[in-house]
Design a protein around this ligand. Structure first.
Ligand SMILES: [Fe+2]
Ligand SMILES: [Fe+2]
Length: 324
């Protein structure tokens, strides 16, 4: 079980000034355009599974064969297929039975959640911040799957879009840490990394653009790419994208339960305040509710069910759900 961290951010203007968007984007573009830059890598099995999940009529044997190449992921798939909530009447022991029980979409989601949990984003100095992004993303993914059940729209990609929607923050933090170490001359002390508290506002401005650097590398489908590159705007071609709206609503619920990107604190010390970075504004909330045709009653049901979804996912809701 993972408790949501309680985080307090220094008031803007206290100490050093936050980095500006243009300066941050310049630093990132310099790193991205360097010949030595390599985007964060997904395990190969996850990349191939993502590609397969966009196809029809994928054979179980093909999936088993793919998973057998990564024993760690294969073990996790068997374990998770026995989790409560999947309606199992008898325990699954073989990889083939686990694949059949989960189905392709759930298998893809599970492998992606496992892959992003431990292996992809590493950056000494920013590990706590990366963990915060991960917790926020996992909570949003599970709640997006819940929100999708309350809408008339196809929710096949809701979990994946929730899981990946803020991947731009993680990619940027890793690139900044790598950029700092790459610029270091041999024998000289390491340049201290800029405190992450001074990065959040500008990261929020650029994280959707940064995600574009991963989409081709990870072979993301067009729908996932569109959502992660525009989840704050919500509108594509003048129409609210339903999965982007699902993600926005899931983020609101995640934040209410202590899993905002920078969680709201309940006992803020004097001089500090909770920082609401990345949270959809009132306009986006209303747009999302309207587009998804989620009324007050449906929202109340989602709020009531959300804590149990997080608990089942191994997360501990930090705040009790509000009624209504
Ligand atoms: Fe987010
Ligand atoms: Fe975001």
């Amino acid at each position: 079980m993972t408790a949501a961290p309680q985080v307090y951010e220094v008031e803007e203007g206290q100490g050093d000034d936050p980095i500006q968007e243009a300066e941050l984007w310049h630093a990132l573009e310099t790193t991205f355009s360097s010949p030595s830059y390599r985007p964060p890598k997904l395990p190969q099995v996850a990349v191939e599974l993502l590609a397969l999940s966009g196809k029809r009529n994928v054979e179980v044997a093909e999936l088993v064969h793919l998973l057998e190449r990564d024993s760690l992921l294969a073990t996790r798939v068997v374990t998770r297929s026995n989790a409560p909530g999947l309606g199992a009447t008898s325990p699954v022991r073989s990889l083939k039975a686990a694949v059949v029980r989960l189905g392709l979409a759930e298998l893809r989601d599970l492998v992606m959640e496992e892959s992003l949990g431990t292996r992809v984003f590493r950056a000494p100095g920013y590990q706590d911040a990366l963990e915060r992004v991960r917790l926020h993303s996992v909570a949003t993914a599970h709640l997006a799957r819940l929100v999708a059940t309350a809408t008339p729209f196809e929710g096949d990609y809701a979990f994946l879009c929730g899981l990946l929607h803020d991947v731009g923050y993680s990619t940027a933090l890793v690139a900044l840490a790598e950029g700092a170490s790459a610029g270091r001359k041999p024998g000289t002390p390491a340049t201290p990394l800029r405190p992450v508290t001074l990065l959040w506002p500008a990261l929020a401005q650029v994280h959707e653009r940064v995600a574009a650097h991963l989409a081709p590398e990870w072979k993301l489908t067009d729908e996932v790419r569109l959502v992660i590159q525009s989840h704050h705007v919500l509108e594509l071609g003048g129409v609210v994208h339903p999965v982007a709206a699902v993600v926005a609503l899931a983020e609101v619920l995640a934040s209410e339960l202590g899993f905002g990107l920078v969680p709201a604190a309940t006992d803020v010390p004097v001089g500090l305040h909770p920082f609401t970075i990345d949270l959809p504004g009132e306009r986006q909330r209303m747009q999302a509710l309207d587009a998804l045709r989620v009324d007050a009653r449906a929202l109340a049901r989602l709020r009531a069910e959300a804590p149990a979804r997080l608990t089942a996912a191994g997360l501990v809701p930090a705040v009790k759900a509000k009624a209504g």
